[in-house]
Design a protein around this ligand. Structure first.
Ligand code: FEO
Length: 392
């Protein structure tokens, strides 16, 4: 895509990765993604904010072909999807200085081999005049790395937010207001990338609101020309609001755990509890992460493999623990052939989740009437706890 204008002499350079289906060899990308850079040309100086993932290096340089000079390259975040093409940009513009936070300096040297002499660090709130446009650097660590910053362009009231408010979404729509899929893509992005830093993000959100931005321009996905939408969505996601929902990830080898999952789900729904069921043999873990954003309870279902949980359950449980959702309660259920330590092993996988384990139901072979009764009772206990959740 060619550069497109956001304001007078403020342009997006979108590297659209329509067909990427996996990020970090882990995160599904059903809608692809984009790596957005921005070109800001003041009356005296020019700055390029971020770059692109290394496979898009040539495409980025092509978009810069008619830009004779860049004085500053701003690296908001050292991760390669934004900084990977910076060495090539610095080679094209040998007099350009790379600006970043002090923490990013080492990371850019470690990950990309950027020579120290090309880097100038910027302090929190520091301003840089480009002539009739002024950049202000706002350090915002832990969204989601420690070195991250954003840039505020005061004259145009645009916040360039890098990963913050991003969405893995490849689209020809420049603006989020025109993009029907952005809401879920942004929530997926928050769930997978930002959720572990919920409390830090809360304080950054306050700072962002005080700017009064007319646009928020992230480095993935479309630009928010009505920032209230994404600010309000983030405010909800990082809040303490918890929904009357049980997330129920499970897997089944011979059908026993499947029957238990179905029974527990039916019993919960009958008790007025919402359920999000995920068969880990087929599920998109991004959907699971989205469901965890505000759910009150996780109920993990597993058959037993070599005494422990099924590896897919092990992996999903480890992921849920790493994402640190707001969960208040947990339950474990499943089946085994001849012996099991699955419950103990799953319980040991969730130290970050500050949950009460409300019950465990394990059955040998096929579930029988007393197993179903135990699941019904578990559903009743969960419903009782959910009834005590603070109302939004
Ligand atoms: Fe989009 Fe943390 O990189």
């Amino acid at each position: 895509m060619k550069r497109r204008s956001l304001r007078d002499r403020v342009e997006t350079i979108v590297s659209a990765d329509w067909n990427r289906r996996l990020f970090d060899s882990l995160i599904p990308l059903p809608d692809g993604t984009s790596y957005n850079a921005y070109l800001v040309r003041g009356s005296e100086k020019t700055a390029l904010l971020d770059s692109a993932d290394p496979p898009f290096e040539d495409a980025l340089l092509e978009q810069l072909a008619d830009v004779p000079n860049v004085d500053y390259v701003v690296s908001h975040h050292a991760e390669q999807d934004h900084s990977g093409a910076i060495p090539a940009v610095l080679a094209k513009y040998p007099d350009a200085l790379l600006l970043c936070t002090p923490k990013a300096k080492d990371l850019l040297a470690d990950h990309l081999g950027v020579p120290e002499a090309r880097i100038r660090t910027v302090a929190d709130n520091e301003t840089l005049s480009l002539g009739d446009k002024t950049l202000q650097f706002l350090h915002m660590p832990w969204v989601h790395w420690p070195e991250t910053m954003t840039t505020w362009l005061a004259e145009d009231k645009i916040l360039f937010s890098c990963d913050f408010f991003g969405s893995h979404l490849s689209t020809s729509n420049l603006y989020a207001a025109d993009e029907p899929y952005v809401e879920e893509a942004a929530k997926r992005y928050y769930a997978e990338i930002m959720m572990p830093f919920r409390k830090t993000i809360r304080s950054h959100l306050t700072r962002v609101r005080e700017l009064g931005a007319e646009m928020i321009a992230p480095s993935h996905g479309p630009v928010y020309n009505r920032p209230e939408t994404i600010l309000n969505a983030y405010a909800d996601w990082v809040s303490d609001r918890i929904s009357n929902t049980v997330v129920l990830p499970y897997i089944s080898m011979h059908g026993s755990t499947q029957r238990m999952a179905d029974r527990l789900a039916d019993a919960l729904v009958a008790q007025g509890v919402n359920v999000a069921l995920f068969d880990l043999a087929a599920t998109d873990i991004g959907k699971l992460a989205i469901a965890l954003v505000d759910a009150a309870t996780i109920a993990i279902g597993t058959p037993t493999v070599h005494v422990g949980p099924h590896p897919a359950v092990f992996s999903a449980t480890h992921l849920a623990n790493a994402l640190r959702p707001k969960l208040k309660h947990a339950a474990i259920f499943g089946s085994y052939g001849w012996g099991t330590k699955a419950v103990e092993q799953i319980a040991g996988l969730i130290p970050n989740l500050k949950v009460d384990v409300l019950g465990t139901v394990l059955c040998k072979g096929l579930p029988r009437a007393d197993d179903y009764a135990a699941l019904d009772k578990l559903a009743a206990v969960i419903a009782e706890r959910h009834a005590k959740l603070p109302q939004a």
